[in-house]
Design a protein around this ligand. Structure first.
Ligand SMILES: [Zn+2]
Length: 180
């Protein structure tokens, strides 16, 4: 491989469609003749590497019953609802922040720069908030005794960290430019 080849970013696109799970019956009348009505394409980001940008191209299909003319959609088993990130991206971020004690700023930067995921700090923070509310802390800290004043999280000027972290993260003392 020459140098240019090595530096080239590869875009890996996986395609999923509701048509792969074509409905057998109309949910209203049970008729077996189902047609496609409309479709919408959604792009969903997956965790890549510094060399590979990973995207899911998802075709959301609206079906129509040939008999009763009712339209309906199905739930694709691999595609998360109402988010443009695959579950693995969110899991990776929340594990690093809640379990490893990395800062939201740091993880957001790594997602953007090392994993080819375009995401904002506020978005990553919303994942952490959601994960914390779900009570998953008991899993993350199961083998550690919480300190007396344990409140789950501490927040220091915008960074949001697990309270039991021992590492000194330079990002908490030094303001850096926020990645887009
Ligand atoms: Zn029908």
């Amino acid at each position: 491989m020459d140098k240019n080849q090595e530096d080239k970013l590869e875009v890996e696109i996986r395609e999923h469609s509701d048509a792969d799970f074509y409905p057998e019956n109309c949910p209203s009348c049970g008729c077996k003749e189902i047609n496609r009505k409309t479709y919408k394409i959604r792009t969903i980001q997956d965790l890549g590497t510094p060399m590979i940008c990973r995207r899911i191209r998802y075709e959301k299909v609206t079906f129509i019953c040939a008999k009763c003319k009712k339209t309906f959609t199905i739930r694709h088993p691999l595609i998360p609802k109402r988010t443009s990130f695959m579950p693995g991206v969110i899991k990776y971020a929340t594990l690093r922040i809640l379990k490893e004690g990395d800062s939201i700023r740091r993880v957001t930067k790594d997602l953007n720069n090392l994993h080819n995921v375009e995401v904002s700090i506020s978005e990553v923070k919303s994942w952490v908030d959601k994960e914390g509310k779900r009570g998953e802390l008991k899993v993350d800290f199961s083998d550690e005794v919480p300190p007396e004043d344990f409140s789950g999280f501490i927040s220091i000027d915008g960074t949001f960290k697990a309270a039991t972290t021992k590492k000194n993260d330079p990002n908490t003392s030094k303001k850096k430019e926020q990645p887009k």
